[in-house]
Design a protein around this ligand. Structure first.
Ligand code: SF4
Length: 347
């Protein structure tokens, strides 16, 4: 059961409450390079990215936010560390949310200034803790992370600010889960979840699916980022795959395909690769099955929106549970593709 948190508006998008759990990512370009940053954001939008974060490491990067915002369609979060002037400049340039830990700012007047500006413009601030936030690894990391987040929230509350999103991430799956469980019981602010510094694609997919998956299954999490050392496209794709696996969102293609074995008499892997290339970006919800033989093939193919159960150099095509065609060898994929296109056009 979802733990319902306060609803927060980030630009043209809401998180929290019963809003869909939002998929976000972070650009890997130099924010000062407006064209590259915009191109990357537009590519991520195309995949369904709903909130984008950009690194603001200097005043020039902050000053580019306005130009970037004009050319994108999703809310932009300015990621700031240490220097509150960068937050002020980002806000003035139209950032929709700020990621900033007030404990990193020594001068309370600056905290007040940032909070006041955010309040005037209804801009939320994401606060939180990462393992990297600690100079030395604390003995009890879970406790230290919880205390650290409480401290960040208290600082903002003390200057009258409570438009807050909470985030606590580590690269350790179990620690991340424990910390978020404790914090979720303490705060009614929405939660941004993820396992941070989760490694390259396959490492991250495992860690993130377990960490984010367990939290979501316990009702914790209003927005997520899958952190991957690699192309941010994979972050968005993985985010939706996790949400779809838990039946929390519907989005695009779901491929049911068998792992193949000695019984397969058709190259299932090449069909699945082509499917992913041709339809990996569709937003319409569609369950497609590709099965290697008659053992489990017809059952799965029937259950999908469209499926093919292959046999000896042939495939039986099912649409909405009914056999529509029997196709021979090389024709399997082209015919399957055109039937999928027809289904998509019906929607
Ligand atoms: Fe093997 Fe057939 Fe199962 Fe595919 S469906 S894994 S080919 S037994």
């Amino acid at each position: 059961m979802r733990k319902l948190k306060r609803i927060i508006r980030i630009g043209n998008t809401e998180i929290g409450g019963e809003n869909p759990i939002r998929v976000q990512s972070m650009t890997k370009t130099d924010t000062r390079d407006v064209d590259s940053t915009v191109n990357q954001i537009l590519e991520l939008e195309e995949l369904g990215c709903e909130i984008i974060r950009v690194a603001v490491k200097d005043m020039e990067a902050a000053s580019k936010i306005g130009e970037i915002k004009k050319r994108i369609h999703i809310p932009l979060v300015a990621d700031i560390h240490f220097d509150p002037r960068l937050a002020v400049e980002s806000i003035k340039n139209g950032a929709d949310k700020i990621r900033l830990n007030p404990s990193n700012i020594q001068d309370k007047e600056w905290i007040k200034k940032v909070a006041t500006l955010c309040k005037e413009r209804n801009i939320p601030i994401r606060v939180g803790a990462n393992l990297g936030s600690f100079r030395e690894r604390p003995k009890d990391l879970v406790k230290a992370m919880v205390e650290s987040v409480k401290n960040e929230v208290e600082i903002l509350n003390s200057v009258g600010f409570d438009n807050i999103v909470i985030s606590a991430k580590t690269s350790n799956v179990l620690t991340t889960i424990q910390v978020n469980r404790l914090l979720s019981d303490m705060f009614e602010y929405p939660f941004h979840i993820g396992v941070t510094e989760a490694g390259p694609l396959s490492d991250s997919l495992v860690k993130s699916s377990i960490g984010i998956g367990i939290l979501l299954n316990e009702g914790i999490g209003d927005t997520l980022r899958v952190s991957i050392t690699g192309n941010p496209r994979e972050e968005v794709i993985a985010g939706y795959k996790i949400l779809k696996a838990l039946e929390l969102r519907k989005h695009g293609l779901e491929i049911i395909s068998c792992p193949t074995c000695g019984r397969a008499e058709v190259d299932i892997e090449s069909i699945v690769t082509k499917l992913n290339t041709d339809f990996g970006n569709v937003k319409t919800e569609l369950k497609v099955a590709v099965m290697g033989c008659v053992v489990n093939g017809p059952g799965e193919a029937k259950d999908a929106d469209i499926g093919v159960a292959c046999g000896k150099d042939s495939g039986v095509l099912f649409k909405k549970g009914k056999i529509v065609k029997v196709v021979r060898g090389e024709e399997i994929y082209p015919v399957f593709k055109s039937e999928i296109e027809k289904l998509l056009n019906e929607d």
